[in-house]
Design a protein around this ligand. Sequence first.
Ligand code: NAD
Ligand code: GLY
Length: 357
Amino acid sequence: MKTLTVGLQERAYAIQIGGGLLDRAGELIAAVSAPAMAVVLTDDHVWALYGKRLETALGDLPHRVLVLPHGEQTKCVDQYARCLSFCAESGLSRGDLLLAFGGGVIGDLAGFVAATYMRGVRFVQIPTTLLAQVDSAVGGKTAIDLPEGKNLVGAFHQPSLVIADTDLLQSLPPREQAGGMAEVIKYGALFDATFFELLEAHPTWEAATPLLDEIVYRCCDLKRQVVEQDERDNGARQLLNFGHTYGHAIEAIGGYSAYVHGEGVALGMVLAAKVGIFQNITPIGTDDRLESLCDSFGLPMTERFAAEALNAHLALDKKRDKQTLRLVLLRNIGESFLHAVTLEEAYALTEEIVHAD
Ligand code: NAD
Ligand code: GLY
């Protein structure tokens, strides 16, 4: 087991990473809190695969379980209200604990329930997807979606503990494994050339599997540093959006069903590298390096999009500040910075990179 501590003063917490940790969940939770009871929020896939093991691991901690449908549509107001009622019916009180047992959907929803039920209760993240282990379970962003857009309602609420059992990642569908790898590649591209090279040396799920503890640890350590510097997302944390400006546009073009999030991010990272190259900031060939690594992890890198379609969605980017977009660009693999452009400039850049391709 590897341990990291997210150093946020009174909101500091540990991230425990390793194979087999699910079976030690009760003991790890007992080390950080002594609740009278717990409510577990999970989804049907995760519960069918791992529910019995979590229940055994919780031992004599009284708990009630709400199994929600899997998928992004569960991050909605109706399921949020259902979770709140379930907590109230279960008698969950301020000193008790909520457990988020699933991928980013369950983590974001359960986190928002924890942030708001009784004005805030403690919660533990037990992330079961690669994306959740390296990204969404760490850093305290919680949210649900509205019909008007994703993640429009939420709160910053840090967990009390993150338990990342890397063995659970083997049962993920291959597309979810590859999608999570896009976020892993993102950390290397943003902050750590040596880590990027490690991935290039192990460029398939099978080759990377023996390194999963190290991979999850390295990503969480990089995210920890960013969150400690900018918990509320006013500066450095926005670097984590590398590939997301075009990635969100691509997800939207696909009607949020054709591409999983990581697929959009992978394609978006290559487009962001092309923007940097066009501006003589990013070294030539960086786009090819990113594309080749994403491709070997099974991400759909041959997809192409019309500039008009991408631009139509750039204007809707939530991270936009009036007429300015903050693009994340690379000075090199491992060196990133925020680059503000007007919407008009962003439209022109999209035209250039798409037509040059
Ligand atoms: P997800 O939670 O929908 O999980 C993907 C699928 O994998 C689901 O069908 C799930 O049931 C299944 N699954 C989960 N664990 C499994 C396992 N071990 N074995 C087999 N199947 C398993 O999706 P996700 O990609 O984990 O998360 C996406 C969500 O995360 C989005 O809503 C996104 O907005 C959010 N997110 C949040 C943050 C943040 O900082 N809070 C960051 C990135 C993404
Ligand atoms: N996933 C982006 C963030 O946590 O800020």
